[in-house]
Design a protein around this ligand. Structure first.
Ligand code: SAH
Length: 389
C-alpha cells in the first residue's frame, strides 16, 4: 500500500517540505499508518499518512528505507540527543524535547517540566506507537512520569480520540519548573498547550536581564497567562500588572507570584484590546509593556486582519510608553512573517509619533529549531523596542 502524489506534491517533497495536502495526493491508503510516498515510480520518502486529515501526508524520512520504524526512532534519538545536555544539567528545567516536524517527528510534541514529560502526538499513526515511545523515553531520559495530554480539539480533525492518560509513572497535578531567576508551577493536566509556553523561555530570561538595574516604575504584562514575563522583570520594577482574559490563567499567575515572593504584581482579568484602549484614553503612562498575544492568524486568510490587530495593540502600547520605556512585543502567527512583523511595528511607531530603537530581534527558544524549507517551523517573532522620543 502506498501513497501516490501529484506532480505538485512530488515537487513539494523534493523541495523538502514534509507536508502534502490532500489535494496533492492521487492515491491514499484507506487507513492511517506509515506508508511510502511515491511519484510515478520511485519512493520519495516515508510518511505518516491519514486519509481523514487535510494534511494527508507528513514525511519523516526523505528517500527510501527498508525499515521505516527504525528511521522514525532514529529521529527521536536525534531530537533527544540535541537536548540531553540541558536535560541532564538542570533537573528543574522546562525544555521542549521534540518539536514535531522540525525534528522530523510528525505532530509530536514532548515537553519536560522538571523531568515530568507531557506528550502530544497529533498524528494518527502515533496512536499504536505510544507505549513504545514511552518505553524509549524512559530508557533515555529516566523521567519521573510521562503524561499524554491528548485533550486538544485539533485531534478531532485527525479522527483521533481525546483523552488524558499517564504513559508512565504517576504524573502529579503540578510540577515546579526553574527558569532563570524564577520558579513557576505548571499545571500538567489542565494548563494551556502542554502547560506552559516554552518557546518564550529564553526571551523571558533575556528580558529579565535587560531590565536589570533600570528601576522601572510601572509595567504591564499583557496576555500574561501565568505571569512569567512579569515575574522575570518584577525585581526591577515598582509594579507590574498582569492582564489576561482567562480567570484560570490569573489564578496560576497569583500562585506563581506567591511562590517567588513577588509582592509587586497585580492581576486584571480583561480583554486586552478593551483594556489598552481604555488606558490610552485615560492618559495612563508606563515604563515597560509586554505584549505576547495568541496567534491572531490561525489561517492564511486571516493575515490582513491579524496585522491590523497586532498594529492596534502595538500602537496603543507605544503611545503609552514614556521616553526611555521598553516594549517587548511578540507574534506567534507563522502566517505573519518576520518582515510583516517589523513592517507593522514601523507603521505603529510612525502613527504613534515615536522614535523607536530596536534593541533586540529574537525568535523562539533554541529547543524549538527551525527548518529553512519549512516556514511553519519559524513562527515566533520577538522584538525588544526602546522609545527614544
Ligand atoms: N506570555 C505568556 C504566554 C501568553 S499566551 C507566557 O510567557 O507564558 C496568550 C495568553 O493570552 C493566554 O493566556 C490567553 O488566555 C490570553 N488571551 C487570549 N486572548 C486574549 C484577549 N483578547 N485579552 C486578554 N488575554 C487574552
Amino acid at each position: 500500500m502506498k501513497t501516490v502524489l501529484t506532480p505538485r506534491g512530488v515537487r513539494r517533497v523534493l523541495a523538502r517540505h514534509p507536508w502534502v495536502w490532500r489535494s496533492d495526493v492521487v492515491d491514499l491508503p484507506p487507513k492511517p499508518g506509515i506508508y511510502p510516498v511515491t511519484g510515478k515510480r520511485e519512493t520519495l520518502g516515508w510518511a505518516m499518512v491519514n486519509p481523514l486529515s487535510q494534511i494527508s501526508v507528513r514525511v519523516f524520512h526523505f528517500g527510501d528505507t527498508g525499515d521505516p520504524l527504525a528511521a522514525l526512532w532514529k529521529n527521536l534519538d536525534q531530537a533527544l540527543a540535541y537536548r540531553i545536555g540541558a536535560y541532564r544539567a538542570d533537573p528543574e528545567a522546562g525544555l521542549r524535547l521534540a518539536f514535531a516536524e522540525a525534528d522530523l517527528l510528525p505532530g509530536l510534541v514532548i515537553d519536560s517540566y522538571a523531568r515530568h514529560l507531557v506528550v502530544q502526538a497529533h498524528a494518527a499513526a502515533w496512536e499504536p506507537l505510544l507505549d513504545e515511545l514511552a518505553r524509549r523515553l524512559q530508557e533515555t531520559l529516566k523521567p519521573h512520569s510521562i503524561l499524554a495530554r491528548h485533550d486538544s480539539p485539533v485531534r478531532e480533525k485527525e479522527g483521533l480520540p481525546r483523552y488524558v492518560r499517564p504513559l508512565a509513572g504517576d504524573p502529579p497535578e503540578t510540577a515546579v519548573v526553574g527558569e532563570g531567576r524564577i520558579r513557576y508551577q505548571v499545571n500538567l493536566r489542565a494548563g494551556q498547550k502542554t502547560g506552559a509556553f516554552l518557546d518564550q523561555r529564553d526571551n523571558r530570561i533575556f528580558l529579565g536581564r535587560e531590565v536589570e538595574g533600570r528601576g522601572y516604575r510601572r509595567g504591564l504584562d499583557v496576555f500574561g497567562y501565568q505571569g512569567l514575563f512579569a515575574l522575570q522583570v518584577s525585581p526591577h520594577a515598582e509594579s507590574i500588572e498582569v492582564i489576561d482574559s482567562s480567570a484560570a490563567a490569573l489564578v496560576a499567575a497569583r500562585e506563581n507570584a506567591a511562590l517567588n515572593r513577588a509582592g509587586n504584581l497585580t492581576f486584571t482579568e480583561a480583554n486586552a484590546f478593551d483594556l489598552l484602549r481604555e488606558r490610552e484614553r485615560a492618559g495612563e503612562e508606563y515604563d515597560l509593556i509586554i505584549l505576547d498575544p495568541p496567534a491572531f492568524a490561525a489561517r492564511k486568510a486571516d493575515r490582513e486582519k491579524a496585522l491590523r490587530a497586532y498594529k492596534e495593540i502595538n500602537l496603543r502600547a507605544l503611545k503609552m510608553l514614556r521616553p526611555g520605556g521598553l516594549l517587548a512585543t511578540a507574534s506567534c502567527s507563522h502566517h505573519v512573517s518576520e518582515a510583516d512583523f517589523y513592517e507593522m511595528l514601523s507603521q505603529a511607531a510612525a502613527d504613534a509619533h515615536r522614535l523607536v530603537r530596536i534593541r533586540a530581534r529574537r525568535g523562539q527558544a533554541w529547543d524549538h529549531p527551525l527548518l529553512l524549507t519549512v516556514p511553519e517551523t519559524h513562527y515566533l517573532k520577538f522584538a525588544l523596542l526602546e522609545v527614544l522620543a
